[in-house]
Each structure stands twice: as structure tokens, then as C-alpha cells.
Design a protein around this ligand. Structure first.
Ligand code: C2E
Ligand code: CA
Ligand code: CA
Length: 864
């Protein structure tokens, strides 16, 4: 308390007066030292008495010292832990019953002469039968929370390698209660408390004792040395006299305690006790020590090994026979993203996708079943397939001493990066960076390979040299960036129009090369194949490009050389293709040229013809000629319409020269429609001419025309437009039509048949006809091909064929007509074989319609 010296005199006088009164009223108080004592319940050592005074062995000893020293003891009840705290912060002056420890000596002061000797002992129910520390395994033991016993017992258990559950309690009474209630098997108590209270809880002491302690009164560090020295003085006096207050007090509280009569002897007794205990456990302990030592060694070397394995940059693992992971180092755990405990026991199924698992296990089984050392590249994908890594894996069998395999050890090194680098190097070396296409080097590689291969195969190849026509202009006017963009777009267009087996390369600049393989060796076919490809490329490259948001046009010229004509040398081939490309440029660009002049001539002729054909269609340069068809009596039945091309310079061109080209270019569609229309108009003319209204009109329909989806509608439209009688119209199909979808063909024929249109099968006997198809097709007539008629008189086979066709027609209720009849002898022979209808030069060549009108009307003929 602060002295009131700073206050005015009136208050100072009052305080002084009060103090004087107190001294006068109770003179003893003046010498009394107030000592606050922490009291917690630890009977018989210390407890609060009924009278509010400190009681118990240590309480009574302190009361006696206080009496002699004129201290006024002020008991402060607290629980053990609070008491300790209060002693440390000086709220209380003395705390009895404190066991000495180095740790506590740093926070508290102790006197010299122990106030009491004690040790810890376990108390349990009778039936628990706890004989040694080893019996504590897996037992529940109540122990005062944060007490010295708690630490000591834990250390003791640890040193024996025993697991036991220590239940911390706030008071010893609580601990004893737990054992009584069977919530613990034993309770740790100081021997005084234990012996004193055990009977009350119907517990008994066990032979398990440990940690002899000396108990003191403790005080705050550096605060109450005079209290401690007074206590020491009294204890020393008492200890030397058996009849002293000390021993009387001990007897009062615990009965006779002979070993305490001579505390040193008691100390030795306890030591012997401990010795016995240790001897009993010594052997076990020694063994355990040895085992522990060995285990420590093993643990240490395992630890060392783990450290090494974990610091290696490879994935190391062990799998058992069921391919479950038994061990995995840090890298593996990192890869799987789980701790080791979650790797062990798992299989690859938990970490990889199905395909990976299958291939990993194939390798693993070779190791485990065949005992092989497998060294291989493994590609591992995560379960969702998102992450793909390549590993170089070495897998070896792990064997028992008898040689049997119990596991495999794998060491996998991630070589993905290395692989990527290789790929990158490969890309740089063999591919063009701008377009991603193979570069000159890769092209030459493949060309060499292809030329070597060609010798063995029956197929040819070709080199197409593609050069942009106005690339320099674009580069100069729009800049190189735009030029690059154009090249990229060109590469893209080219790529999407070549087959996978062909090689498209960029040689540099605006030069591209396409290498075609697997071409027909026969000339006309291979030319058609190559020309189709090249024309397509010229067409797609000629379509507008969008550069910088604006449309630009660019064209390309292509030079072509065939493998077969370059005598197999690569340089010669490239040179020829290059030369041909310059020819294409010279011919006006945006075109293609073959190196071979013969081929070129053929191609050129075709190109010219095609262009002419296009123009002539609009210029109406086509005419229809009609060839008469007659019966056995030579009477006119109808005619076949045959197209001719009235070429301005070449004169009348036969259909054989342009129909195939019209078919391949698609021009046959508009041409075919025109033919049909003209023929129908002719039919209408005849219909108006009495005596000719019965004439029929045969019109040839090409396969491409017939299979066009609009064909049926086109025919019906023409019939409607012209007003021709469908029953007079006869469409001629050839067996080549049958190569395509016969079902669809039948549907179309039926649709037209429903309107009355007739069908004839042209050139019958030359192609492929299956009888079953023939039966299903809604036909009206078979046309015996000219070739059988021609040699009918000299070739008995042909005679047999004609006879068969006639029989077939009769059997299937079809008319049969023979074409190409040039002589009477042929006509007579056909008549004999049963054929009743004829067409051929004998009766009339294909001629303009006017010539047909000079024929006698069928009515006239029959009347003649
Ligand atoms: P095709 O349909 O077999 O026509 C009969 C061909 O034989 C005609 O040739 C005709 O002139 C010829 N010919 C007729 N009688 C005799 C004969 O006694 N002796 C000889 N040596 N030949 C005879 P053309 O007109 O040159 O037609 C050839 C082929 O062109 C036709 O063969 C047909 O397949 C096709 N064709 C003709 N016109 C058309 C047409 O308008 N459309 C379609 N798609 N093809 C047509
Ligand atoms: Ca015909
Ligand atoms: Ca024919």
C-alpha cells in the first residue's frame, strides 16, 4: 500500500491515530508475519480442516512452525494447478507438498530439509492384478494433470515401448473415483494419499511404485528466504528426535511409519524397493533395450535409405504380386498427389487411365511371373487422360533367399521433357515453321523412299510442282506479313485436298510440292487420276483469300512429272516437274502441265474439248439423229435418238468422242435433259401425224444422269412441258447402271413406269447382269448387243448367246430387239433364232428426223 505522505496533514494525523489504536488494542499483531498458504485437498498431506484451519501432516507441521515463529497463517484454498500458479506469482507465500524438480526450481524457491518423503504408487481394484509396469499395456490410468507423475509415467511407459492411455484428472479423488467406476484400471497417487484413501474406494496398492520424491514447502522465486530458513531449522530439530512433534504428527495421520522414523533409512528402503522392482523388470528391460537398440538402428538406416530414395529425381516403387504398391518414394507420392499411406495398398487403377494400367501391368507381369528385368518406355496417362508423361522404366524382380519372387521394384525416370525436346528438334529439322508442312529435306527423304519402293510395286507415283502465280506482287504490295498469311492459307487449302498417304511439302518461298503415290501404271487412267487432283488444287487455290479483312485473288501453276518416266532418279524427277511448271506459267498461268508431251497432248485435247463442249451447249450445236427400229416385216416401229455434235470446225462429231467427257464433267446433265426434251418434241410431232402416232422413241440415258436425284422429276417435267405420250417413250439403260444401287434404281424405274414410260436394257450380254436383278427390274425390252449380231454367222458361241437371250426374253415376257443388223443374212439368222425386231444400217442409219418421215407409214406398209 502506498504511504499517504503526499496528502495534507489532516489525513496523515488520522492514519497515524488509527495505526496507534490498532497497536494498543492488539500488541501481538505487531510482531506477527502474515503468511498466505495455498491449501489443496491432498489428504493426509494437506487439506482444509473443519475449523477453517490448515490440516493434514504438512498443515499441522506448518501450524506448529507458525506458532513458534509468530506467523499468522492465512489459508488460501485452491486446486493443485491454481495453487502452483498462485505460488509462482506470489499471491500465496507458501505452498506445501511440492515435489522438487529442476524445472520447478527455476520458478520457485525450496528449503533444504525435505518436509516429507514420498513416492508414486499405482492403486487399482483387486481383480486388476497389476504386478509390474508391463501389465500397464493398453490400460487406462488416471493421473493428476500436469503433475510430475504424469510426465514420469509417460517416460517410463515410452522407455518400455508400452502403449497405455493416461487419463488426466484434476484431483486425486477424481482419479480414485474413475477406478471405482471402472472408467480406469489404475490411478497414480502419492503413497501417503493412496494408502490413506484406498480403503475408502475399496482399492488397494499395487507393487508398481516409481519416482521417489522429496516434498517441500515452496515459495515465489527470490521472495521469502526467511520463511524457508525458519522451516529448515524446525525440520532439522524435529528430525533428530524420534519423539518430536514431527513424528507424532506422522503417526496421527498414517499410523505407525517406522521407515519414517529414520528418514534416511526410509529413503534406502524405498531405494531397495525400487531396486527390486527394477531387478524384476531388469531382464525384460534389458531385452527390450536391445530390441529397441536394434530397432533404432534399423529405423536409422531405414530413415537414411528413405532420405536417399526421396531425394532421387526418379520414381521408385515396389509392387507385390497383386500389383499393389508396397512402397513409393516422394516422387511417386507427388505424382499421385497423395501421401505414402494412401499409395500403399493401391493399384495403378487408382492413378492411371485404363489403357495405361493395361500396358503397365503387362510389363509388371513379365517381371513377376517370368523374372525378367524389363527396361522399357512407358507412357502414363492420368485417369481423365489429361496428363501424359513418358517414362523410361527399369523393373526388376525382388527375390526371397530361396529365389522365389515376392515383389518387383521399379525405377521410372520421367523423360517427357527429353521427348518433347527431340520432337521439337525433329520439327525444326524436317518441317517448315511457317506452314507446319514437311520441308524440302523431309520431302527428299520420302521421295527417295518412294522411288526405292516403286521398283517392287505395280504402281506409279507423280510429283506435282505447285507455284503461286502472283505471289511476288502480294509480297511487294501488302508486305511480307500478308505474304506469310497467304502462304499459310494456301498450305491449309492444299492440305485439306490431299490424301493422307500423299506428301505435301513446302520447298520454300511460294513453292509447294505434292507427291502422289499408288497411281495406276496404265497411262490414260493415271493421267485422269493426276489431272483430277491437280485441277482440283488449281480450283481451290484460285478461290478468293481474305487478307487484312480484304479479299484477294491468287492462282497457281502446276507442273507434273511421273516417277516412271524419270528413270527413278530424284533430281531428274524434280527437274522435270519444275520444267513442266514453267510450261504451265508460259501457257498463261493458273493451269497445269505434264512434263511428258504425249500426256500433255492428251490432256490439252481433253481440256479443249471440255471448253468447246461447254460453249456448244449454250450455242445449241447438238442435233439428234434417229435410227429406225423395224419388225419382221420391215415395218417402222419407232426410232432410237442418237446425239451428234455439230462442231464449227470439226464437223459432225460422234457421241463416242464426247459422251464420256460430258459424263465425267457433269455436262451430261444439261445435255441429257436437252436430248430428252428434243426427243419428246419429236414424239409430239409424230403424234400429230396420222399413221405415225404409234411410233416409239428410244432415248439413251447415261448412268450419271439416271442416278441424279432429280432424274425422275426431270423426265416427268419434260413430258409435261412437251405433252409427249409417256407410253411412246422408251428409256435405254445399260448394264453399267446396275453397278450402282439397284434398289434405288428399281424405285426410280417404278415411279416412271407408273406414268407409262418403257425401259430397255441396252447392249445386253456385254456387261454384268445377274438374272435375279433382271427379274426384278421393270423392263420391257432387251437389246442384243451389236457385237453378237456382227459375228452371228461365223461364231457359234454368238449364235448360242442370241438364242439364249431370245429364250430369256420370251421366258420373262420381254421384247427382244437386235441392233447393228447390217445384212439380210444376219436378219434371217436372227429371225430363225426367234428375234422379231431389228435396228441397223440394213434398215437405216441414224439420220435427221426428216429422213424418217420419208418412211412409208406403218399402215401403208402393212397394206402394201
Ligand atoms: P448405242 O446406244 O449402242 O447406239 C447405237 C450405236 O450403234 C450408234 O452409234 C449407232 O450409230 C450405231 N449403229 C447402229 N446401227 C449400226 C450398224 O448397223 N452398224 C454399226 N457399225 N453401227 C451401228 P453412235 O450414234 O455413234 O452412238 C454411240 C453411242 O453413244 C451409243 O451407243 C450410246 O451409247 C451413245 N449415245 C448416242 N447418243 C446418245 C445420247 O443421246 N445420249 C447418251 N447418253 N448416249 C448416247
Ligand atoms: Ca442405245
Ligand atoms: Ca446399243
Amino acid at each position: 500500500m502506498k504511504p499517504p505522505s503526499t496528502r495534507p496533514s489532516r489525513y496523515t494525523c488520522l492514519a497515524g491515530l488509527l495505526a496507534l489504536c490498532m497497536v494498543c488494542a492488539s500488541p501481538i499483531w505487531a510482531q506477527q508475519r502474515q503468511v498466505r498458504v495455498g491449501v489443496y485437498a491432498n489428504e493426509p498431506k494437506i487439506l482444509m480442516g473443519q475449523d477453517g484451519q490448515i490440516s493434514g501432516i504438512l498443515g499441522e507441521l506448518l501450524n506448529e512452525i507458525a506458532r513458534e515463529e509468530s506467523w499468522q497463517l492465512i489459508p488460501t484454498p485452491c486446486d493443485w494447478q491454481t495453487c502452483l500458479d498462485l505460488a509462482q506469482n506470489g499471491t500465496i507465500d507458501l505452498l506445501p507438498d511440492v515435489a522438487f524438480s529442476e524445472a520447478r526450481a527455476r520458478l520457485l524457491d525450496f528449503h533444504q530439509q525435505p518436509s516429507l518423503y514420498s513416492w508414486s504408487q499405482l492403486y487399482s481394484r483387486e481383480e486388476a492384478n497389476l504386478q509390474s509396469i508391463l501389465d500397464l499395456k493398453d490400460r487406462r490410468i488416471a493421473v493428476l494433470d500436469r503433475s510430475i507423475q504424469q510426465n514420469y509415467l509417460q517416460m517410463l511407459l515410452d522407455s518400455f515401448g508400452l502403449q497405455a492411455r493416461l487419463i488426466p484428472v484434476q484431483s486425486l479423488a477424481e482419479g480414485f473415483e474413475l477406478v471405482t467406476k471402472q472408467q480406469a484400471e489404475a490411478v497414480v497417487a502419492n503413497q501417503q494419499f493412496g494408502d490413506f484413501h484406498a480403503p475408502h474406494y475399496q482399492l488397494r496398492s499395487t507393487p508398481i511404485m516409481f519416482q521417489p520424491v522429496q516434498l517441500f514447502y515452496a515459495t515465489r522465486k527470490g521472495s521469502n528466504s526467511e520463511l524457508l530458513s525458519s522451516i529448515d531449522r524446525h525440520l532439522r530439530e524435529w528430525r533428530d528426535s524420534p519423539s518430536s512433534y514431527y513424528y507424532q504428527t506422522l503417526q496421527r495421520w498414517g499410523g505407525e511409519r517406522p521407515r519414517l522414523l529414520v528418514p534416511t533409512a526410509a529413503w534406502w528402503g524405498l531405494a531397495i524397493l525400487a531396486g527390486l522392482l527394477l531387478t524384476a523388470l531388469g531382464g525384460a528391460l534389458l531385452l527390450r533395450r536391445q530390441v529397441a537398440e536394434k530397432t533404432r538402428h534399423l529405423k536409422a538406416s531405414e530413415q537414411r535409405l528413405n532420405t536417399i530414395l526421396d531425394s532421387v529425381e526418379a520414381h521408385i516403387y515396389i509392387k507385390d504380386h497383386e500389383l499393389r504398391y508396397q512402397y513409393a518414394n516422394r516422387k511417386v507420392c507427388e505424382l499421385f498427389g497423395v501421401p505414402l499411406a494412401q499409395v500403399v495398398g493401391q493399384t495403378d487403377q487408382d492413378f492411371f487411365d485404363a489403357a495405361t494400367v493395361a500396358s503397365l501391368h503387362e510389363n509388371d507381369r513379365r517381371v513377376l511371373l517370368l523374372g525378367e528385368r524389363v527396361e522399357t518406355e512407358e507412357i502414363n496417362r492420368s485417369p481423365d487422360g489429361a496428363l501424359e508423361q513418358t517414362y523410361l522404366s527399369v523393373k526388376l524382380p525382388l527375390r526371397h533367399p530361396d529365389g522365389s519372387i515376392y515383389a518387383l521394384c521399379g525405377i521410372s525416370t520421367d523423360i517427357s521433357e527429353h521427348k518433347r525436346n527431340l520432337e521439337q528438334i525433329h520439327r525444326l529439322a524436317f518441317y517448315d515453321l511457317l506452314t507446319g508442312l514437311p520441308n524440302r529435306r523431309l520431302l527428299l527423304d520420302r521421295l527417295q523412299h518412294a522411288l526405292a519402293q516403286r521398283g517392287r510395286s505395280q504402281l506409279d507415283g507423280a510429283l506435282l510442282f505447285i507455284d503461286l502465280d502472283n505471289f511476288k506482287d502480294i509480297n511487294d504490295t501488302l508486305g511480307h506479313d500478308m505474304g506469310d498469311q497467304l502462304l499459310q492459307q494456301v498450305a491449309l487449302r492444299l492440305s485439306s485436298h490431299v490424301r493422307e498417304e500423299d506428301t505435301l511439302a513446302r520447298l520454300g518461298g511460294d513453292e509447294f510440292v505434292l507427291m502422289l503415290e499408288g497411281l495406276q501404271l496404265q497411262l490414260p487412267e493415271s493421267i485422269t487420276q493426276i489431272e483430277t487432283v491437280a485441277s482440283k488444287l488449281i480450283q481451290v487455290l484460285g478461290e478468293p483469300y481474305v487478307l487484312q479483312g480484304r479479299s484477294h485473288t491468287s492462282t497457281a501453276s502446276i507442273g507434273i512429272a511421273l516417277f516412271s518416266e524419270a528413270q527413278g532418279t530424284m533430281d531428274e524427277l524434280l527437274k522435270r516437274a519444275d520444267l513442266a511448271m514453267y510450261e504451265a506459267k508460259a501457257a498463261g498461268r493458273n493451269t497445269l502441265r505434264f512434263f511428258n508431251p504425249e500426256m500433255q497432248a492428251e490432256v490439252s485435247a481433253r481440256t479443249t474439248l471440255e471448253n468447246d463442249l461447254r460453249q456448244s451447249l449454250s450455242a445449241r450445236q447438238f442435233v439428234l439423229h434417229y435410227q429406225p427400229q423395224v419388225n419382221a416385216q420391215g415395218q417402222l416401229l419407232g426410232a432410237e435418238a442418237l446425239v451428234r455434235w455439230q462442231h464449227p470446225s470439226r464437223g459432225l462429231v460422234a457421241p463416242g468422242e464426247f459422251i464420256p467427257l460430258a459424263e465425267s464433267t457433269g455436262l451430261i446433265l444439261p445435255l441429257g435433259r436437252w436430248i430428252l426434251h428434243s426427243a419428246c418434241q419429236q414424239l409430239v410431232t409424230w403424234a400429230a401425224d396420222s399413221g405415225r402416232e404409234q411410233l416409239t422413241m428410244a432415248v439413251n440415258v447415261s448412268a450419271r444422269q439416271f442416278h441424279h436425284p432429280d432424274f425422275v422429276n426431270d423426265v416427268l417435267a419434260v413430258l409435261d412441258e412437251t405433252g409427249a405420250n409417256p407410253q411412246r417413250l422408251e428409256l435405254e439403260l445399260t448394264e453399267s447402271h446396275l453397278v450402282q444401287d439397284v434398289e434405288a434404281m428399281i424405285v426410280k424405274m417404278d415411279q416412271l413406269k407408273a406414268r407409262g414410260v418403257r425401259f430397255a436394257l441396252d447392249d445386253f450380254g456385254t456387261g454384268y447382269s445377274s438374272l435375279s436383278y433382271l427379274k426384278r427390274l421393270p423392263l420391257d425390252q432387251l437389246k442384243i448387243d451389236r457385237s453378237f449380231v456382227r459375228d452371228l454367222l461365223s461364231d457359234s458361241d454368238d449364235e448360242a448367246i442370241v438364242r439364249t437371250i431370245v429364250a430369256l426374253g420370251a421366258g420373262m415376257d420381254l421384247q427382244v430387239i437386235a441392233e447393228g443388223v447390217e445384212t439380210l443374212a444376219q436378219r434371217d439368222a436372227l429371225l430363225r433364232l426367234g428375234c422379231q425386231r431389228f435396228q441397223g444400217y440394213l434398215f437405216g442409219k441414224p439420220e435427221p428426223a426428216q429422213r424418217l418421215e420419208q418412211w412409208p407409214r406403218p399402215a401403208d406398209a402393212s397394206s402394201a
